[in-house]
Design a protein around this ligand. Structure first.
Ligand code: SAH
Length: 560
């Protein structure tokens, strides 16, 4: 029984919603709250108190006996915003109760016991089909009980708090096994089934052959990633229908490519019909992997379908994640999710510091100092190739003067790549300055470390001639001090000395500063590597202390 205790009108209203949701599980305690809490403590297994935690702590203190015996207690604040698991988080079920209450009244569950607070990934959110004792094993993970992870090959899982031994198991397997009582099976998309079919082969024959073959080989149909065949069969109804009924894509290849694959059982029939000595085996093998089941014919007379099964290695996942300019609330929810999705994090040490608290315990962090860019890119790709879930981070947007290009230049198509855009410095600065980017604009990095100065200068000149608003990244460092004045001089050949220039240092960080000045008045000494410099075009104005680039004269006249 769950005892419900409230003191105020708002509390009573929320209490009544719980009472209505739990007609047989709850009992409302009226009267003075002290008496009510004391009575409920004795009579109920759980309490929900619509009272301040302080009040409840004082009332409970003399009653508490030990975590094995005490009921689980949840407190809900007057505004109904939080459901706090106060006592008996695990033994008394208060953590679970806080979540349940939260769901019912729209409050945020507040759980402070260690294993819960780390925000474990739900087994249903790992990105793989699953079966078995999901509730039992999730509970065990939450309670910090030993859960063993048995992965038959590396697939990109988030970090899980697993133990070397234990009564509970999470098993990543494509084998057709039954889950044990304390086991969850995760199904990696590891199997590729190559199929060949004669014209008019019935769906049932193709599908039956695929299913029988998998079953005989002890493989799970839930691990089938795709069916593969020759281009000529891309619209063969039996093959298309089988893929549809399995819920997997059909991948097709040109006959010449299939003909080039070395297979154990070539034959003359498909060579005559579609121009390759093997369809099923070759199509299954083309994406790489190990042939588990060589070509097999259906049992029909005449047999109109063939199939072969290949297991491909785990496919890693590389997320290239922009962290935004610095402020936590400019980190996108998607970036945050990718950071928690990764079991390996690669990045510059100062950026890792920016988000370390968001990572799941057990995340392997590979951080390095300034300059080790190529190495970071290579490391991230190598880890993904091993089958891991990797996040490669960069400040602002990871694709803007950052890690995405060196990483993707290294990456081949044997990994999945996910890009998460971030708020780049030019945008963060623009929002601080006003609306400097309201018309055509360009970003130019003044770092001549990797780009010859002649190239940079040519681009600055082109921007100057094209009357583009220009944002300079990497504008000036201790060793590189003449480039910014030179670039500004080129712009000054084409723009008035009074052209507005915005200088923003550490946008959205604790020591953010910004200044609005002009081309003539800008003092380069005030600019460093933490800064971006945005130079207006010939129409940019300072209006009420803000930098504004009009969207164009015609638009201003109302001609859209
Ligand atoms: N990927 C980053 C840019 C990396 S290049 C992005 O998208 O923002 C590094 C340069 O970016 C710095 O020299 C500076 O010019 C600029 N920069 C990055 N973060 C900044 C910030 N918070 N405030 C001002 N400039 C910043």
């Amino acid at each position: 029984m769950i005892g419900l205790i409230s003191a105020t009108v708002a509390g009573a209203a929320a209490r009544d919603r719980l009472a209505a949701a739990w007609p047989d599980r709850s009992r409302v305690y009226e009267g003075p709250v002290g008496d009510a809490v004391r009575a409920a403590f004795v009579e109920c297994e759980q309490l929900v108190c619509f009272l301040a935690t302080g009040a409840v702590v004082r009332l409970l203190a003399p009653l508490l006996a030990g975590k094995a015996a005490d009921p689980g207690v949840v407190c809900v604040d007057e505004g109904g915003r939080f459901a706090v698991s106060l006592v008996g988080g695990h033994g008394g079920g208060a953590n679970e109760l806080a979540r349940e209450v939260g769901g019912l009244i729209g409050a945020e569950p507040v759980v402070t016991t260690a294993t819960d607070a780390v925000g474990l990934p739900g087994l249903d959110t790992l990105g793989f089909p699953f079966e078995g004792a999901v509730a039992t094993v999730s509970r065990a993970l939450l309670d910090g009980e030993p859960v063993v992870l048995e992965a038959e090959s590396a697939w990109p899982l988030p970090p899980l708090p697993t133990a070397p031994q234990g009564p509970y198991t999470i098993r990543l397997t494509d084998r057709d096994v039954e889950p044990g009582e304390r086991e969850v099976l995760l199904r990696p998309p590891s199997l590729v089934v190559g199929v060949g079919a004669s014209k008019g082969a019935p769906v049932d024959e193709v599908l039956g052959l695929v299913e029988d073959t998998l079953q005989d080989a002890g493989l799970s149909v839930r691990s089938v990633a795709e069916l593969a065949t020759v281009d000529a069969k891309s619209e063969e109804p039996g093959v298309v229908g089988a893929a549809e009924r399995l819920g997997v894509p059909l991948v097709t290849y040109p006959a010449e490519r299939l003909a080039a694959v070395d297979v154990p059982n070539p034959s003359a029939a498909p060579l005559a019909a579609v121009g390759t000595p093997s369809v099923a085996e070759a199509a299954a093998l083309l994406g790489g992997g190990e042939l588990l089941v060589p070509k097999r014919k259906s049992g029909a007379r005449p047999a109109m379908a063939t199939c072969a099964v290949v297991r491909r290695p785990g496919r890693g996942r590389l997320a290239v994640v922009g962290l935004g300019p610095g402020a936590r609330d400019l980190l996108t929810p998607r970036a945050r999710a990718e950071l928690r999705r990764a079991s390996v994090l690669v990045g510059l040490d100062q950026y890792v510091d920016q988000i370390r608290d968001l990572l799941r315990p057990g995340t392997r962090i590979l951080e390095s100092g300034l300059g080790a860019e190529e190495e970071r890119a290579r490391t991230a790709v190598a880890e993904a190739r091993k089958g891991h879930a990797v996040a490669l981070i960069g400040s602002g947007d990871a694709g803007v003067y950052a890690m995405a290009s060196p990483a993707l230049a290294e990456a081949s198509d044997d990994i999945d790549v996910v890009g998460v855009p971030g708020v780049t410095a030019a945008l963060a600065a623009g929002a601080i300055l006003g609306a400097p980017l309201g018309h055509d604009h360009v970003s130019i990095s003044l770092s001549d470390l990797h780009t010859p100065w002649e190239v940079i200068e040519r681009r600055v000149r082109a921007a100057a001639e094209a009357d583009l608003v220009v944002t300079f990244y990497n504008p000036r460092s201790r060793g590189r001090d003449w480039q910014l004045p030179k670039a500004l001089a080129i712009l000054a050949d084409h723009r008035e000395p009074t052209t507005p220039v915005g200088v923003v240092r550490n946008a959205s960080r604790a020591d953010e500063s910004s200044r609005l000045t002009t081309l003539a008045a800008l003092d380069p000494q005030t600019v460093d590597m933490m800064t971006v410099v945005t130079v207006g075009n010939t129409a940019t104005r300072e209006i009420a202390g803000r930098m504004v680039t009009p969207r164009g004269y015609r638009w201003q006249e109302g001609d859209r």
